[in-house]
Design a protein around this ligand. Structure first.
Ligand SMILES: [Zn+2]
Length: 397
């Protein structure tokens, strides 16, 4: 199989773009519910599919493209993979094109033929969230939003603050009162407004009020039962899979640290589309890594809308909810969920550190998940495993 990939593209670095710097993908044909398949015109429905919500089972919507490129070529201007994303041009800080790094010593240690790490800590603000921020903040610009609002106390907050600053948009972030100091400092430097709460659900209620009463543009979910983040942001994660495949990295398994499954869904939807376009010959199995049993319980029969509270210091993948998008992504790809506790995650961070990679705690959990899946026989010795290392390690407590 050969790919038409052009490298040496011109960087697109408009730090203070005007609305005229925003360009929607001509192939973007609308939105579709990931559950019932209902189609909607291009619009902002952050609470997901209205039809499913009316039945008490909220579900995310995803972008529909009228025709995707038959080859995997990077764009020579605008977003590198703009033809596969909602927007081809918009705010950028140089996100994406993170390295796929072979880890032969770790592979030997775990008894797996090949392990590759996609190091998302190499993004501008140090995490994969920059891919979501680029597309979502561009959408906010496209609809002339006067303010962006989100609930986050970590990587998403810092990323959104940076991209809003680059776009010249006010950014308000509902955080936990005890948000880690490095994140709080970053938000202050980036000019975001912080509003602190004790409870996670109070943060979501604040975002909802801002959206419904003030007309703010939401970057994260505020619905209960939970859905994923708004579609225009989640679509940004598709580039993770496109970059890997363009480099010839088509693994048998992809291991993804997961809270509500935005990254997992983006990777799934791109791989699904690549398979349909004949650009890959099989669907890799996607595995959601979680710090305590949430999705694992749902896959074993628990109701998806239950509260799955638990305790963890894996800050980036904490939370007590399960979304439909994460469930669909692992089920349709033939994967599943893997619980990796904090001690095993820390061991994984040390093992990755021994390879020269300094990553956040939940990224270390990828190693523990690979070891478990190998022991259980889900990963065979001949397999190729891709670890999505979500963020760099400098912000962990
Ligand atoms: Zn629906």
């Amino acid at each position: 199989m050969t790919f038409d990939v052009s490298f040496g593209v011109e960087p697109f670095c408009t730090l203070s773009p005007t609305a005229s710097g925003v360009q929607q993908n001509a192939r973007l044909a609308g939105l579709r519910c990931i559950c019932c398949g209902a189609h909607y015109p291009v619009q902002d429905i952050p609470a997901g599919c209205p039809a499913c919500a009316a039945q008490g089972t909220p579900a995310s919507v995803e972008a529909v493209y009228s025709a995707l490129p038959g080859t995997l070529a990077q764009s020579s201007s605008g977003y590198t993979w703009g033809e596969w994303l909602p927007y081809t041009h918009g705010v950028s800080l140089g996100e994406g094109n993170t390295p796929c790094l072979g880890l032969p010593r770790l592979a030997q240690l775990l008894g797996i033929r090949q392990i590759t790490a996609k190091h998302e800590g190499m993004n501008p603000t140090g995490s994969h969230k920059d891919r979501m921020s680029a597309q979502a903040v561009t959408r906010a610009m496209a609809v002339d939003a006067h303010k962006v609002v989100l609930a986050s106390s970590g990587n998403a907050a810092v990323s959104a603050a940076a991209y809003c600053a680059a776009a010249g948009l006010p950014c308000e972030i509902a955080t936990y009162r005890d948000m880690p100091e490095p994140f709080a400092r970053a938000l202050d430097r980036l000019g975001a407004r912080r509003v602190a709460f004790d409870q996670g659900l109070d943060r979501w209620a604040h975002v909802q009020r801002q959206v419904l009463e003030e007309g703010a543009f939401a970057l994260t979910n505020f619905s209960m039962p939970a859905v994923g983040s708004p579609a225009f942001g989640v679509e940004g994660y598709r580039a993770v899979a496109l970059e890997c495949v363009a480099e010839g990295c088509v693994p048998d398994h992809v291991i993804v640290p997961t809270a509500r499954g935005d990254l997992l869904w983006g990777v799934y939807s791109a791989l699904r589309d690549l398979l349909a376009a004949g650009l890959i010959d099989r669907m890799p199995r996607l595995w959601a890594v979680e710090p305590f049993a949430r999705l694992s319980q749902v896959l074993a029969g628990a109701p998806a809308q239950a509260d799955f509270s638990g305790s963890t210091v894996q800050f980036s993948i904490a939370g007590s909810t399960v979304t439909l998008q994460q469930q669909i992504a692992v089920q349709r790809s033939g994967g599943g969920a893997v619980v990796v506790g904090d001690a095993d995650a820390a061991r994984g961070v040390a093992q990755l550190g021994a390879q020269g990679l300094w990553v956040e705690l939940c990224a270390g959990a990828c190693v523990g998940a690979a070891a478990q899946l190998r022991q259980l026989g889900h990963i065979a010795p001949k397999d190729h495993v891709l670890l999505l290392l979500t963020a760099k390690g400098d912000r962990d407590a």
